[in-house]
Ligand binder design. Structure first.
Ligand code: HEM
Ligand code: HEM
Length: 144
């Protein structure tokens, strides 16, 4: 596996753990702010999307029989998606305690840019590829 795949999968699993802890906390406290949207997005943008990014970077170029369009863009995407998501969590916390939404907006834009980077990289990588050849038929048994 490439470094980018390993790091996306590691990050996905860390967000999963954090999201589950928040979920357990909300089972007692109820769907309260800011934990509710943080739980939701650590699960959906952290656990699920980052797992998909990691696995996608590994298998989609291979399925296409073509290298990834840009390794550099994938590194930028790893950083931006993490900074964006952690910043969004901070943004929900700031909005809940002060009513100020600008932090959430700024980091949401970074997260959205990271999605665009994945979109571009994959759109320029995937292409139809021929199916693998069928295995040769086993030799006929020798006549007696
Ligand atoms: C041990 C695992 C989990 C626990 C204990 C848990 C707990 C909770 C709780 C208590 C709520 C608030 C529900 C309410 O009272 O309205 C909630 C909401 C939510 N959870 Fe989880 N959760 C878990 C795993 C997950 C996973 C794996 C996902 C997605 C991949 C997920 C997605 C959501 C979403 C989308 C909501 C918001 C639902 C809405 O908008 O009403 N949760 N969760
Ligand atoms: C750049 C990406 C994203 C941004 C900036 C974003 C932003 C937001 C915001 C600001 C809210 C309102 C939360 C609140 O204050 O109550 C929200 C809610 C929600 N988002 Fe996202 N979101 C993103 C991606 C996603 C994705 C990819 C999913 C699902 C796969 C998702 C699922 C949800 C759900 C289920 C809710 C309702 C949560 C609740 O009931 O509290 N979001 N999102």
């Amino acid at each position: 596996m490439s470094t980018i795949t390993v790091w996306f999968i590691r990050c996905a699993m860390i967000y999963f753990l954090l999201a589950i802890l928040l979920g357990l906390q909300m089972s007692v406290a109820g769907p309260v702010y800011p934990w509710m949207p943080i739980h939701v997005h650590f699960n959906l943008l952290g656990w699920m999307s980052m797992m998909i990014y990691g696995v996608g970077y590994h298998i989609l170029p291979r399925f296409s029989g073509k290298p990834l369009w840009s390794d550099k863009l994938s590194y930028w995407q790893l950083w931006l998606s993490n900074i964006g998501l952690i910043g969004m969590a901070a943004g929900w916390w700031v909005r809940t305690s002060t009513g100020e939404s600008m932090v959430l907006l700024a980091f949401s834009v970074l997260e959205a840019i990271s999605v665009v980077f994945f979109f571009l990289n994959m759109m320029l990588t995937i292409k139809p590829a021929p199916a693998p050849a069928k295995p040769a038929a086993p030799p006929a048994p020798a006549k007696k």
